[in-house]
Write a protein that binds this ligand. Structure first.
Ligand code: PEP
Ligand code: MG
Length: 584
């Protein structure tokens, strides 16, 4: 097969090399995992038993056919029985289980994909149409085998190195992405998505190389194709030549070595050459991500996206996590951070993070009942969460962060709800930090334009640049068709950032950046030069941001920063921002 290259949007760092695992809609309900060596023969028998079962089913349908059934029906059943007995179905998948350790369902789907591709090549229309019969037979076998909802391969008791697979899909939901934590993948490629879609964010958090927004990767890439993801360049190389493969393996090894070296900076404080300390914090999606945050040397958690506890709960007894469940999760993060502050954001659902239980606004979800709007409309859900957060604050420093605020009444109502939660807990003799800090995300332009209101009522601010850019430039952050308009150094964004840091400084309250800009080392000098002193990012990116800070002299940046903030010309801004890298 000839090699070809696909261009997409880079969303995380590093290189991944592996075989394509296509998540086709038809295969979405099928479990995919690798079976351990000693389980292989049992897995083979499971598939054989399922095939025998389907034979029996076909026979039963045959004998129950009514007298007046059309004759074609019997003929179809015969064809299906023949297909089922054909070694291509009854034996080839067994070899896949034995050789690749795929589970039965996955082995069958893989073989069906191969057969389907062969049928597509056939000239004869009639024969080509038989592909549908094969798929129907496979569906029958799958139905006997399945009954579970997992759609991503998992590595159970398998050496990670053997699991060099890359997921290729039209799109992957953020909830499904969470399964990557214990899945057998080392990269993913999607047709849809933008640089700061939530799926991209999760891949960055997990440090998984990924390219999104390729447009048509899932149609061009075939099951089991060899792929190289160069996620820094946003490129996917399909069926690379041995020479290219070798070059990338070398590059991959060099990058890994450089990353390991950076981790030696773990205990070094992030201080500029002229002595200004910058606080580097981690963004986490689940409590156990806090371990990686500590490993990377984070001074705390700057953003715990609590909504990930609420998503992907199909099959749970409770549709939403109970107070106890949430309390346990928040406490786990607080305890893992060992006295470092944990900023927990209240539920930010909606747009590309829908709950299983809600119909999201299909008209314009990004402008719909999201985040604090949803919480104030569902006070029970909000109160449960606030109580759980407050209870966790008895175990270490917790800050409450409220997303997407734009109106004074949203601040007032949120603060009133927090007071009510405190009063309830006090009456129940439950412990909490009475002076817990409460802050707001600055991610709607209206908030950045009414900062005096925010700084008067709140203890801290955190800028969500992902949404601030989305709402200021009016581009859906998950839509690859407008991804080229996503510009984090658009003068409008820089002005809003400048206003925010200046207002917070004047009011004497801390302000962090927790959106994607904070983890982009090309922007580190710009942001700290503008006055930001707290940056929160995926743990995997923290060491390289720290290195950038250690090499920066803030004083010397100032004339350049002034020039950037005075300009409204995108080319001048771009050039001066790029030139910051060479300021000594
Ligand atoms: C942001 O909008 O920048 C942010 C940090 O929040 P999220 O990406 O979860 O919307
Ligand atoms: Mg946001």
């Amino acid at each position: 097969m000839a090699s070809f290259t696909l261009q997409g949007i880079p969303v995380s760092r590093g290189i991944a090399i592996g075989r394509a695992h296509l998540l086709r809609p038809a295969a979405l309900d099928v479990q995919h995992y690798l079976v351990a060596q000693e389980q292989v023969e049992a897995e083979v028998r499971r598939l054989q038993d399922a095939i025998t079962q389907v034979h029996k089913e076909l026979q039963a349908i045959w004998s129950d056919l009514p007298q007046d059934a059309p004759t074609e029906l019997g003929a179809f059943l015969d064809v299906h029985a023949l297909i089922l007995s054909d070694p291509m179905i009854s034996e080839a998948p067994l070899d896949i289980i034995r050789n690749r350790h795929y589970n039965a369902e996955w082995a069958l789907v893989t073989q069906i994909d191969v057969l389907s591709a062969q049928f597509d090549e056939i000239e004869d229309d009639y024969l080509r149409e038989r592909k549908a019969d094969i798929q129907q037979v496979a569906e029958r076998v799958l139905k006997v085998l399945t009954g579970s909802a997992h759609s991503l391969p998992r590595a159970e008791g398998i050496d990670e190195r053997s699991a060099n697979m890359i997921v290729v899909a039209r799109d992957i939901s953020p909830a499904d992405m969470m399964q990557f934590r214990d899945a057998a993948f080392n990269g993913f490629v999607t047709d849809e998505g933008g640089q700061n879609s939530h799926t991209a964010i999760v891949s960055r958090s997990l440090g998984i190389p990924a390219v999104v927004g390729t447009g048509n990767a899932s149609r061009l890439i075939e099951q089991d194709d060899w792929l190289i993801i160069d996620s820094d360049a946003g490129v996917v190389i399909v069926a690379p030549s041995p020479l290219v493969l070798e070059q990338y393996r070398e590059l991959q090894a060099r990058l890994l070595k450089a990353r390991k070296k950076l981790l030696k900076l773990k205990k070094t404080p992030a201080v500029t050459l002229d002595g200004v300390e910058i606080t580097l914090l981690a963004n986490i999606e689940l409590p156990d991500h806090a371990i990686a945050a500590v490993e990377a040397g984070a001074s705390g958690v700057g953003l715990f996206r609590s909504e990930f506890l609420f998503m992907g709960r199909t099959g749970h007894a409770h549709k939403l996590p109970t107070e106890e469940e949430q309390f346990t999760a928040y406490r786990a993060a607080v305890q893992a951070m060992k006295g470092r502050p944990v900023t927990i954001r209240t539920l930010d659902v909606g747009a590309d993070k829908p709950l299983d239980t809600t119909d999201h606004n299909i008209l314009n979800p990004a402008l719909g009942l999201r985040a604090i709007r949803y919480c104030l409309a569902e006070p029970q859900i909000f109160m449960t969460q606030l109580r759980a957060m407050l209870r966790a604050s008895a175990f270490g420093p917790v800050h409450i962060l409220i997303p997407m605020m734009a109106h004074a009444f949203e601040i007032d109502q949120s603060l009133a709800m927090i007071e009510q939660a405190k009063a309830e807990l006090k009456a129940e003799n439950k412990k909490f930090d009475a002076d817990i800090h409460v802050g707001a995300m600055i991610e709607v332009p209206a908030a950045a334009l009414t900062l005096p209101l925010f700084v008067k009522k709140l203890d801290f601010l955190s800028v969500g640049t992902n949404d601030l850019i989305q709402y200021t430039l009016a581009i859906d952050r998950a839509d690859h068709e407008v991804a080229h308009l996503y510009n984090d150094i658009h003068p409008a964004i820089l002005q809003l950032l400048h206003m925010t840091v200046t207002a917070a400084e004047k009011a004497g309250i801390p302000v962090a950046i927790c959106g994607g800009m904070a983890g982009d080392r090309r922007l580190t000098r710009l942001l700290i030069g503008m006055g930001f002193r707290e940056l929160s990012m995926p743990a995997a990116l923290l060491p390289e941001i720290k290195q950038e800070i250690l090499n920066t002299n803030l004083e010397n940046l100032q004339p350049h920063i002034k020039k950037i903030l005075r300009s409204y010309d995108p080319q001048i801004i771009q050039d001066v921002v790029a030139s910051l890298a060479s300021v000594a």
